[in-house]
Write a protein that binds this ligand. Structure first.
Ligand code: NAD
Ligand code: SAH
Length: 411
């Protein structure tokens, strides 16, 4: 029995799903293929990933392949109740409610695993942690799973290095058709979109401080520059710092950037990137947002302790007034601003990420029983096939090597 906010919201959820489906050509092709070949016949799939329209369409694609699909979110603030209602109305078991507390969120994760899935989709490692601990018994049928994001992959790698990975997992994040597009262009656009929609303020003319120049940071810095901002990058990695310099950005430590910025965005996967000493010297009216994994990149506990008062200024904007009257504004509680205060990455991007997910699960359904309990890369042929389909859908042709060229390159 699904636990959702309100089943009556299903109509608007269906509209959202229909809309994104018409911009996800690769997933549409995969869906048609799955309908014919039923790679998941007799299998159960549990998913923990941001529950919004594109994810719902992935769930439908997997069901088209013969799976029984169980759905929950991976962050209480990114769950869209109307989309959850649409899936439940369509016969899926859905356990997710927008804004639920951590206890309720975890209960939903556990319930979604309690169906003893054969395959899982994880985003950030919440499922895999439970399957190694409290919910180990629910892993008894597990053939394997796919992990969506950078931080989840870091955790799986640490687990594997400690000799503590008890399941077959596929690293979706590191597929080219995932991070090159999703982390970079997806985060670039959707982070700006979340900030602009929430604040209704200008980007042009602002000094924007971008913490972290990895795939996400690069994408965001590029788009902020394109919108007319002056961009400062902070990094801890010397190579990435150099790259940012040569991409035309100012690079400096957060300590130096803190008094200069109007908008701060963290995209590091690290913690305490913006701390008390930085908050203390910021300008009145600054905007603070995070688009990295957890709500620990900005030290919001320090922020709250420094404030003489705090109040909700607008949905998803908390104002913190300091003793000297300056107001610092924290967006979306310091959680992923693009998903908690927006709709996440656009459909065309999730088309590719979820095509990799769908093909990754298909690969596991076929081969997982003979694979070792390790973290695997996505097979290169899957990556290439997704790129080819995406090009084809956009009517983009490319050249092919002649025999002579092949010989020349391989000489
Ligand atoms: P990445 O490893 O490519 O980049 C992270 C960068 O942050 C690295 O260059 C690293 O050196 C830098 N960094 C680490 N600690 C830092 C610190 N204290 N100060 C400054 N820089 C620091 O990872 P990525 O793929 O860009 O992902 C970054 C985070 O965003 C991860 O947590 C990932 O899970 C998350 N993510 C979010 C979205 C989204 O939709 N918002 C999408 C994809 C990934
Ligand atoms: N569990 C974490 C999740 C990290 S989110 C949390 O606490 O919120 C990072 C991942 O979200 C990215 O790898 C990206 O692929 C995914 N994502 C971004 N936009 C999305 C969308 N519209 N729908 C589903 N997933 C999305």
């Amino acid at each position: 029995m699904s636990e959702i906010k309100d089943i009556n919201l299903y109509k608007s959820g269906n509209d959202k799903i229909d809309w994104v489906a018409s911009y996800m050509p690769v997933l549409n092709l995969i869906k048609a293929d799955f309908e014919k070949n039923k790679p998941f016949a007799g299998l159960r799939i549990s998913m923990s990933i941001h529950l919004e329209a594109k994810t719902a369409y992935l769930a439908k694609t997997l069901r088209a392949g013969g799976a029984e699909v169980f759905v929950t979110g991976c962050n209480p603030l990114s769950t869209q109740d109307d989309v959850a209602a649409a899936l439940a109305h369509d016969g899926f078991e859905v356990n997710a409610v927008h804004g639920i507390d951590m206890e309720g969120y975890e209960k939903h994760l556990e319930k979604t695993l309690s169906f003893c899935p054969h395959l899982i989709i994880d985003d950030g490692g919440d499922f895999i942690n439970l399957l190694h601990g409290k919910c180990r018994e629910y892993g008894k049928n597990l053939i394997g799973g796919c992990e969506e994001t950078t931080t989840g992959i870091h955790r799986l790698k640490s687990r594997e290095a400690r000799g503590e990975l008890d399941y077959v997992m596929i690293n979706v994040n590191d597929a080219d058709c995932k991070h090159l597009f999703d982390n970079r262009y997806g985060t670039g656009q959707s982070t700006l979109d979340g900030i602009m929609n929430t604040t209704n303020l200008m980007i042009a003319g602002k000094t924007v401080v971008v913490a972290g120049y990895g795939w996400c940071g690069k994408g965001f810095a590029m788009r902020a520059k394109g919108m007319g901002a002056v961009v400062i990058v902070t990094e801890i990695d010397p190579v990435k710092a150099l790259e940012a310099t040569m991409d035309g950005f100012l690079v400096m430590p957060m300590e130096k950037a803190a008094p200069l910025g109007d908008l701060f965005v963290t995209l590091t996967g690290c913690r305490d990137v913006i701390r008390r000493e930085h908050l203390e010297v910021m300008k009145d009216g600054v905007l603070l947002a995070n688009s990295g994994h957890f709500d620990v990149e900005i030290d919001k506990i320090a922020l709250a302790s420094m404030a003489k008062r705090s109040w909700e200024r607008k949905p998803n904007i908390m104002g913190y007034e300091l003793n000297d009257g300056r107001i610092l504004n924290l967006l979306a509680e310091g959680r992923l601003v693009n998903l908690a205060a927006g709709n996440g990455h656009p459909a065309e991007i999730m088309d590719m990420s979820f095509a990799i997910q769908a093909r990754g699960l298909e690969y596991l359904a076929k081969n997982g029983k003979n694979m070792e309990k390790k973290l695997y890369s996505v097979p290169r042929e899957i990556d290439i096939s997704v790129a080819k389909e995406k090009l084809k859908a956009g009517n983009i042709a490319i050249d092919t090597l002649s025999k002579e060229q092949e010989k020349y390159l391989n000489a």
